[in-house]
Design a protein around this ligand. Sequence first.
Ligand SMILES: Cc1cc2nc3c(=O)[nH]c(=O)nc-3n(C[C@H](O)[C@H](O)[C@H](O)COP(=O)(O)OP(=O)(O)OC[C@H]3O[C@@H](n4cnc5c(N)ncnc54)[C@H](O)[C@@H]3O)c2cc1C
Length: 345
Amino acid sequence: MEQFDVIIVGGGPAGLQCARELSKSSMHILLLEKQEGFGDKLCAGGLTTKAMEVLALPDHIIEQKILRTSIHSRRRDAGTVTSVPALFTVDRRVLGKYQRSLLEGTEVEVRTNSKVIEIRDNTVVLKDGESFGFKYLVGADGYSSIVRRHLGLKMKKKLIGFQYTIPVQVEYPALEIYMDARRFSVWYAWIFPHGDSIAVGCCCDPRRVDPQKIKSGFLDWLKDRKLDPGDARLESYPIAYDYRGVKFGNVFLVGEAAGLASGLTGEGIYQSLVSGQEVANMIIDPMHKAEKLDQVLKYNHILERVMAAFRWSGPLRGMLQEFLLILMNNEWLRKKINAQFASKS
Ligand SMILES: Cc1cc2nc3c(=O)[nH]c(=O)nc-3n(C[C@H](O)[C@H](O)[C@H](O)COP(=O)(O)OP(=O)(O)OC[C@H]3O[C@@H](n4cnc5c(N)ncnc54)[C@H](O)[C@@H]3O)c2cc1C
């Protein structure tokens, strides 16, 4: 049986970023991906400036650089136009292919069509019966992580994301966010513009609200918004936000396998990239101080507190959302937001 220093299970943003960082060491590394390719994952493909700082994507990978954002509540509309992009959209398959390409010419061995079905005695076993030994194991295998299950950690906190990918003839101009407490509770519906399509979706926590109710609210909202999904299929997938740590002896969890997405926004790519990178550095140097991971945890904590404030506001939630929109329409605040993005460019 072949032995590796590190085996990474999963080739999403977290696993590929982890492999990229580990490739700088002299370790013998294997990345196992169950699918034939990379990036086939339900996602709105939105990247914040923070995620872009980690990825440093070349322009041809980016579908849209978003300068215009419009935010809506039941009664009000607000918008910002920033001088530098506030968000970027990518096609997840293109991103996956790009991240994979960065491993070419390195010593990292990458195997696709390689589903891990068992982990025992520092060994992973694939569906076809082949097995490999490891010194360190990294679970980068997303929401339904087999590595996390091997550690006996349940994934209790999750969102359910619903999304249509609707083709458009003309490039859609703005990112749109819709807050409507009656339909989406503390969460929101989104329209993320891509090159020749828009990702239209919403999410909710099934422990807090009935997902069927949110789904029917979402379908009603689509009609009000006069968006016809045509032949597009409504897809859904969980988003994990049940974080319990990244290091468990010689086994590590990164990205959504570690429950590192946001329970408010559903954002997870940035957290996956940073955790993948930080865990690689922890493996290379056990004394490594994972400061960027601490920042991610702080960022998620702030978003959780915003979510808690919305939750506790109960029937006043709608009023709170209206108040937010009033603030957003304040000229001074808008200038501040713009300056914030401009200073990052
Ligand atoms: C509707 C929706 C919209 C979203 N929109 C955004 C957004 O706009 N921006 C954002 O930042 N985040 C978004 N997210 C969240 C984002 O998609 C995830 O947080 C992100 O993909 C997590 O990356 P990851 O690498 O941890 O896991 P994943 O991307 O899930 O990758 C895991 C990989 O592991 C592989 N794998 C799984 N099990 C095995 C196994 N047993 N053996 C081998 N391989 C295995 C899978 O095939 C997959 O390639 C959205 C999620 C949803 C559901």
